[in-house]
Write a protein that binds this ligand. Sequence first.
Ligand SMILES: Cc1ncc(COP(=O)(O)O)c(C=O)c1O
Length: 364
Amino acid sequence: MDAARFAQPHILNQPVYQPGKPIAQVAREFGLDPAGIDKLASNENPLGPSPKALAAAAAALRGVNLYPDGSCWDLTGKLAARLQVGCDQLVFGNGSSEVLELVAHVFLGAGTEAVMGVHGFVMYRLITLLMGAQPVEVAMPGFRHDLAAMRAAVTPRTRVMFLASPNNPTGTAHTGTELADFARSLPEDVLFVLDEAYAEYQEPAPDLRPLIAGGRPVLCTRTFSKIYGLAGLRVGYGYTRPDIAALLQRARAPFNINTVAQAAAVAALDDAEFMRRSRENNRAGLQQLAAGFRALGLEYVPSEANFILVRVPDGAKAFGFLQARGTIVRPFGNLPDHVRITVGTSGQNERCLANLRAWFASRA
Ligand SMILES: Cc1ncc(COP(=O)(O)O)c(C=O)c1O
């Protein structure tokens, strides 16, 4: 039986998300000691999880014979108070990726379009295609979103505008004023999705809550995977207008945030010290990597996130070389002369720079 014959036709052309390589896989493939491998490929927090979150997660394990609280009651209350939004404005996902996917389920389908930057977060394209909708990719001169060109790409078929600030993989960001003006320039029947996965690293971070309160169709997504150090537990959320949140809730699977993740996320919100240390490590690491790139004569895109896109000719080969030496970075098919490097601890950054030096020496 050929299952592909009765699959939906667009699934057969659906590209598959390529995640950063796990440490265990690289250790197996190259016969390396996992303890000596630095994963600087997926923009995770190199300091580990928040200690408070870890303690809460351990305690929550005792209750996993029961289903999770499907309403995320504690997390909703805590975040609503923190963000000063209504509980009915929040929607949670198994990572913010799931919140983005809910957007696609609700607003995209055959005959509709979603606008995004050509070097925007790859999931926007994938989820748009998954719904049988059309991704409209807009050029990004200088690796920045061209807001005027994105606005000009809107047609009567456009239902969603995806934009991350800071953006992955470029690290470029926009100011609050730029984003608010952009949101106001969009038609009322286009949902503006501002992806704030890295907003906690940006100072000051834009704040579109006044626009949402004023009735604009804006959804901001955030995640516990990055600065909070909980990527493996998968918790993300969106805040938006209550009517939009209610539509997204319809598409959500029951119990999509597990018990351990809910407890960890609540505790992480209280770990101000861990946040401070994470920001500090990132600030210092961005400087360390940038200085190392300059010393090597490499161009890089100044970043407001926890990673840097650096110009390395033959990025795929460089990736292979670095990986064999225990530094996992991220190559990109559509940016063949670049790799993206997540900010690590100072030791990880130093090893990465040493391996980059060795790569260029090997080609000299
Ligand atoms: C811009 C952006 N948005 C969303 C995500 C999804 O993160 P998660 O699903 O872990 O919340 C990522 C992850 O790399 C990202 O870079």
